[in-house]
Design a protein around this ligand. Structure first.
Ligand SMILES: [Zn+2]
Length: 474
């Protein structure tokens, strides 16, 4: 075990100069993963999809975000380990080791491997639902490891890739999938296969399904804000400095200092303002709906995506063939555009986007406090643990009365928007008036439909509430 560690120290490390994190060094095994076609593919996937049609700086790709998440995952797990080492009483079962660190970094690096171009359009808005994003990433990770014969390389760096006991490949894939959000008890059987319950806190680093505070968000908040030109009020470096592993009723969790509570509310504030100002921007949504409409037409072509002689499928079947799935990139998208110039609808949509002759917003209804499972619960007072200066090994939840009075009341806001698909003509003004007149009735109608919609949204994995409700032209 010491030889691989020495390897990691003596082999020259590759340094990436990143606009968000500065000069970052990644261990050689991560660089080997980066230098594969499956990972490089992420260079061709825009992080913000149609957002680039609105914000001229938002041209960044999944590639740099993934490198950033790999880096931050390493920073957080190493900071947690440094604090564990200050506690001599801690049992060795829960002590973070070098193998854990490397696995957490790989999970961070690979968490978005299954991404596709215009993901919000293709995955969330098209009726045919692809795999869940995380499942696609897991399949792509397996493909990456097999195709590049990385298993022996991983063994060289000390990872265990066989057997049922602490199999690191299983551990990495479980981390990509995310923490279960279930509260574990000492007596419970292990919830995960990759690591024992003593180390279940490691699953909270890359994809924290319990409170949403994870390094994936730390990176995309900072990166998206930078490229969008929006202020980021959350300082993830400070979070990392104050994070530590504490005991919460017999189970170890990542906890924050009690006085950091307000900063965590700022994180959710940043998330909300990014959603409001960028991810759900009305023009961005118009562009994406236009692309969706075009792709729905294109889906009638049975040989839409070709990957070998005689091997082709339509767009909605791409999830079944990894070769087809890997083609769902920005480059693939350009190829479709060329090919689709014969499809009249596609040509028209593309031309309309290029000429900025976009669908127009008729009106929108804000559906605040939409009961939507965990989305509108306060993730901090309900699902986040803190420790105090005086007892830094014990974690606890904050009591509601200790939460700041400035705490926001609503943690998720849904919009229902109606777009006008025809070219801008004078009837649009009439449509706007009609929409205003029926808005209240429509809202009532939607609210009575909440339950069926909720169920539909669950089966369709619609997470951020764009039902894509829009009226066909009269
Ligand atoms: Zn991500």
């Amino acid at each position: 075990a010491t030889s691989w560690y020495r390897n990691q120290c003596t082999v020259s490390r590759t340094v990436f100069n990143d606009p968000i994190h500065g000069h970052i060094e990644l261990p050689p095994l991560l660089v080997k993963i980066i230098d594969t076609p499956q990972f490089q593919r992420l260079r061709k996937i825009k992080q913000l999809g149609g957002g680039y049609y609105v914000f001229p700086g938002a041209s960044h790709n999944r590639f740099e975000h993934s490198v950033g998440v790999g880096h931050l995952a390493g920073e957080l797990v190493k900071a947690l380990r440094a604090k564990q080492l200050e506690e001599p009483s801690l049992n060795s079962e829960s002590l973070i080791n070098d193998r854990d660190v490397l696995c957490v970094q790989i999970a961070g690096l690979c968490h978005d491997l299954g991404g596709v171009h215009f993901e919000s359009v293709i995955i969330k808005m098209l009726a045919f639902v692809f795999l869940q994003h995380e499942d696609a990433s897991i399949l792509m990770f397996d493909h990456l490891v097999d195709d590049n014969k990385l298993t022996p390389v991983m063994n060289e760096y000390g990872l265990i890739t066989e057997g049922d006991n602490e199999n690191d490949l299983v551990f990495i894939k479980e981390m990509i999938k995310g923490s279960s959000g279930l509260f574990l008890e000492k007596t419970m059987p292990n919830l995960y296969k990759g690591r024992n319950n003593e180390k279940s806190f490691l699953y909270e680093i890359v994809a924290n399904k319990q409170n949403g505070i994870d390094v994936d968000k730390f990176d995309y908040f900072a990166r998206d804000c930078h490229h969008l030109g929006i202020q980021n009020n959350f300082d993830h470096r400070r979070f990392i400095v104050f994070a530590r592993v504490c005991n919460v009723d017999g189970q170890l969790h990542i906890c924050s200092r009690d006085k950091e509570m307000a900063n965590l509310y700022d994180m959710f504030h940043t998330r909300n303002s990014l959603h409001r100002r960028a991810y759900q921007h009305r023009v961005k949504m118009a562009v994406e709906i236009m692309i969706k409409d075009a792709l729905l037409k294109a889906d009638q072509d049975k040989h839409f995506i070709k990957w070998a002689e005689g091997k082709a499928c339509c767009l909605s079947k791409a999830k079944k063939h990894k070769e087809a799935y890997t083609k769902l990139t920005g480059r693939g998208f350009e190829v479709w555009c060329l090919k689709l110039t014969t499809h009249l609808t596609f040509k028209t949509s593309e031309l309309r986007i290029m000429r900025r002759d976009l669908y127009q917003l008729v009106g929108e209804i804000k559906v605040a406090k939409f009961d939507y499972g965990k989305n509108n619960e306060d993730p901090i007072s309900n699902y986040t643990y803190f420790y105090s200066k005086f007892n830094p090994t014990i974690g606890f939840k904050i009591k509601p009365e200790e939460v700041s009075n400035l705490r926001p009341e609503c943690f998720s806001e849904k919009h229902i928007r109606v777009y006008w698909k025809r070219r801008n003509d004078k009837r649009l003004e009439d449509a706007k008036k009609c929409f205003e007149a029926v808005k209240k009735v429509l809202l009532f109608y939607i609210m009575t439909l909440v339950n069926p919609l909720k169920r539909a949204a669950h089966t369709c994995s619609v997470k951020e509430g764009q039902f894509g409700v829009y009226v066909q032209h009269p």
